[in-house]
Ligand binder design. Structure first.
Ligand code: PXP
Length: 237
């Protein structure tokens, strides 16, 4: 059965709208775990636009499943990860102006830097996953970095405009997953997955984990909104 990691960044996005204490991503993580997810994912971005340093320290203490810290390879963030010691770190490319992670890491271009970061984080007892596009050359290059896990970027598949394009991208992901497993890598997938498109990815036998955030948080709002309004009416009438 494919595992599910829930990304809770956007609980913190909502909190940052008022720069207060609520909603608390750590509390959200506990609800996700109670619901049966296998890990909690949070991205400490260099600009701290949602998750902050205190959140990841608190998550490390409170997460009972596995805490997967999504992060760039910048020296500042790597040092923080070595102190906080999440169970896993997923290395992603990061650009200041992007709305969300665009594209996978270019391992071929930055192999020696990634190798050093993997060594440092592994030395702190952290398992490493590299977020990459479903590309054979990138997958092969992973084996030279010391990382044992990859997360395949499903963003293009999720954004496909036609069924034939989606099928083609699904086949690409399936081939990439099979190739990665043949090299001894553990394979995860994520980005842009939702209640319509996640099932086909979950059926790829080599994919062991899906990491999903935005669609779950969005759905959570609508599932909970009716109860929230009813509760307020009860309090005030
Ligand atoms: N995996 C990685 C590496 C990501 O960068 C993200 C987005 O933060 C996700 C999974 C989750 O993507 P989404 O929020 O679109 O489900």
């Amino acid at each position: 059965m494919v595992k599910l990691g829930v990304n809770i960044d956007h609980i913190a996005t909502l909190r940052q709208a008022r720069k207060g204490q609520f909603p608390d991503p750590v509390y959200a993580a506990s609800i996700c775990e109670k619901a049966g997810c296998d890990s909690i994912v949070a991205h400490l971005r260099e600009d701290r636009r949602h998750i902050n340093d205190n959140d990841i320290r608190r998550l490390r203490q409170s997460v009972k499943t596995r805490f997967n810290l999504e992060m760039s390879i910048s020296a500042e963030i790597v040092d923080i990860a070595c102190l906080v010691k999440p169970h896993q770190a997923t290395l992603v490319p990061e650009k200041r102006k992007e709305l969300t992670t665009e594209g996978g890491l270019d391992i071929l271009k930055q192999k020696s830097k990634i190798k050093k970061v993997v060594k440092k984080l592994t030395g702190s007892g952290i398992e490493i996953s590299l977020f990459i596009d479903p590309d054979k050359k990138q997958i092969s290059a992973v084996t030279e970095t010391g990382a044992k896990i990859i997360e395949l970027h499903t963003g293009k598949y999720a954004a496909a405009k036609t069924q034939s394009q989606r099928n083609k991208l699904l086949q690409e992901l399936a081939k990439a997953a099979s190739f990665a497993q043949s090299l001894g890598l553990t394979v995860a997938a994520g980005h842009g997955l939702d209640y319509n498109n996640a099932q086909a990815i979950a059926k790829i036998p080599e994919i062991q984990e899906l990491n999903i955030g935005y669609s779950i948080i969005c759905r959570g709002i609508f599932i909970g909104l009716e109860t929230a309004v009813k509760e307020m009416l009860k309090h005030t009438r």
